[in-house]
Design a protein around this ligand. Structure first.
Ligand SMILES: [Zn+2]
Length: 606
């Protein structure tokens, strides 16, 4: 930080004066000594009960991300941070919750009682009745000094992102908010001299929301010290029985029932960790570089008032294991059956390299800046087997002529292509390959499932009647229920599918990334304050996901009504060197239904 011009009055100050001035800008001091915050049930903000909170309260880092277990006191922190800011500077604060309904609920239950119980805040609040907008005066005696504003907003829809400039934006329960809206709120800070941002949430799935932003911070961890061997470590719950790096014992509630006394322990020397050992921890940055955003992560295992028995009991009683990891341990987590990690996909790999020719295969194509292609078939055991993973550029005037090579090289039985965004081009590609009663190419549209049963049907349709007359508008298509189909494919990928030998090629590496970017996340019954009953799951992307969708289309191609088209003949050879410049065969050889229809005309463009 550069030099700041010192006001003449400060040069006359005594060391005591300076300490007093400094503490007035310490949010932790403000909470306990100045505003004397009282919480509706818990009373005073208690840094003895919440030892890990002291440093977080005092921290005035401009960009803070917090991953937390439930009920660890961080929402109170965020609220106090907003109130401190509003009464210390003339400023504007935006405070978001996942939905608008939660705004009213939360201000009535948590914020209003705090203001009512603090004479300091009472004397400064200007407009007491508004739920969504509250105004404070920094100095109660000076009514000319202007007011600070705090807007409580939802973060579900684009229309929630109000167009006011802010100095501090706080996102509570960010992982249940709409990420696009969270990004829009960031723009509100552009004109501020503070540009402060605080985001906090129980985590959801790996690589999403606060888990993603925490990974970009200095990653502060609450380390506990063993009084016997002096080792310092983060409290950890081992997922597997027998995992040596566990700070809790036994592993299962069952063993507690059978008589084992639950305890926290040092994983190195086995000494029991007392409550005061856990209370005596300290924050240490895993990545102590300066200039990074600040990140805090803390588990309920670090809270001195939560016993080892309670942790084991709540694990045994979590209906959803994921809730245990998210809410108790404060870790992003995904069920094993949907965890499309690189390691999980590598387990599905065979020793067989990719194949470049064959017959009777299926193909899925996702259309983006490139064509993302998956080719495969069933093996002799009935397992779906991928033989080609590719990503190729396409000619904007070519009607996907690039795919013709694949159609021929693999004697494609059925191909499913993304209908959007290049609908016209996809339709011309499909109609080039389809014949009445012999459909080879379907265009896919996803539909979102509703309570309506037909929305969950997988439906294939083919044009009927005179194909040549119908070709302009009519096209073979498949409508697939989005979530259900993606879940099927994710499970198939992890359980049954056989992948080619990993060859380090860019498309194969991309395939790993695109699967990893495809996440399944729960839709809760009734917002964040409900009992966490999961209503359903929804697939979300956290980055490019084209090759995963190509895999979905490959699945749909296998689900299509059995094609009555005769097998493609005249298979051409294709080498890696020539794969982006398809070698088109003679027209006569190219026509799949030689002799029965006019030859298909394919024109190279450019
Ligand atoms: Zn030890």
């Amino acid at each position: 930080m550069g030099d700041v011009e010192v006001r003449p009055a400060l040069l006359q100050a005594t060391p005591d004066d300076l300490r007093a001035i400094k503490s007035q800008f310490d949010p932790a001091w403000w909470v306990t000594e100045r505003a004397k915050i009282l919480l509706p049930k818990a009373g005073k903000v208690d840094f003895v009960r919440y030892p890990y909170m002291k440093a977080v309260y005092s921290d005035t880092h401009p960009d803070i991300t917090i991953i937390k277990g439930a009920q660890l006191g961080f929402s109170t922190w965020a609220m106090c941070r907003a109130l401190w800011m509003l009464t210390t500077f003339n400023c504007t604060v935006i405070y978001t919750f996942p939905t608008r309904e939660q705004v009213s609920e939360y201000t009535a239950a948590r914020i209003d009682p705090i203001i009512q119980q603090s004479p300091y805040l009472q004397s400064r609040i200007v407009d007491v009745n508004s739920v969504k907008l509250k105004k404070f005066r920094r100095d109660p005696k000076d009514t000319s000094a202007g007011v600070s504003l705090v807007y409580f907003q939802g973060a579900a829809k684009e229309s929630d992102a109000i167009a006011v400039d802010a100095d501090l934006v706080i996102h509570d329960e960010e992982d249940k908010s709409n990420p696009q809206v969270i990004e829009q709120y960031r723009e509100r800070l552009t004109a501020s001299r503070f540009k402060w941002r605080a985001r906090l949430s129980t985590p959801t799935i790996p690589g999403y929301g606060v888990d993603r932003s925490y990974a970009l911070t200095d990653m502060m961890k609450w380390l506990v010290k063993c009084s016997s061997c002096n080792a310092e470590f983060e409290m950890r719950f081992a997922n597997e029985p027998g995992d040596a790096r566990s700070n809790i014992e036994p592993h299962d509630w069952k063993e507690v029932v059978e008589g084992t006394l639950p305890r926290y322990k040092c994983h190195l020397c086995g000494t029991t960790l007392t409550d005061s050992d856990r209370a005596g921890g300290r924050w240490v940055a895993k990545r102590p570089a300066s200039g990074l955003p600040r990140g805090y992560q803390v588990s309920q295992m670090a809270a001195p008032w939560i016993s080892a028995g309670e942790i084991l009991f709540s694990r045994a009683n979590s209906t959803w294991e994921r809730d245990f990891w998210n809410l108790k341990i404060g870790m992003a987590w995904m069920a094993g059956t949907t965890a499309m990690t690189r390691a999980a996909l590598q387990k599905r790999a065979s020793d067989e390299p990719m194949e470049y020719t064959g017959s009777g295969y299926f193909m899925g194509v996702d259309v983006g800046k490139r064509l993302h292609v998956i080719v495969g078939k069933y093996d002799e055991n009935g397992s779906p087997r991928v033989v080609r993973i590719d990503s190729l550029p396409w000619d904007p005037d070519g009607d996907f002529i690039e795919l013709d090579e694949f159609m021929l090289a693999y004697g494609i039985n059925t191909c499913v292509v993304d209908r959007a965004p290049e609908t016209g081009m996809a339709r011309r590609f499909a109609n080039r390959w389809n014949r009445p009663g012999a459909t080879r190419v379907y265009l896919c549209t996803y539909k979102d499932e509703t309570s309506n049963a037909s929305s969950r049907e997988l439906r294939f349709t083919s044009p009927s009647g005179d194909y040549d007359k119908a070709r302009a508008e009519d096209v073979a298509s498949v409508k697939a229920p989005r979530n259900e189909t993606m879940t099927m494919v994710a499970n198939e990928l992890l359980q049954r599918m056989i992948l080619p030998r990993p060859d380090g090629s860019p498309p194969y590496e991309e395939f790993y990334d695109h699967c990893w970017n495809t996440k399944r996340s729960p839709v809760f019954d009734n917002g964040m304050d409900a009992t966490k009953a999961i209503e359903s799951f929804v697939w979300e992307k956290t980055g490019p996901d084209h090759l995963f969708h190509a895999l979905v289309y490959f699945y749909l191609a296998r689900m299509a009504p059995r094609s009555v088209a005769p097998p493609l003949r005249g298979i051409i050879s294709s080498s890696r060197a020539s794969r982006y410049q398809p070698m088109l065969p003679e027209e006569d050889e190219f026509n799949p239904d030689r002799g029965r229809h006019a030859p298909v005309r394919v024109q190279r463009v450019g």
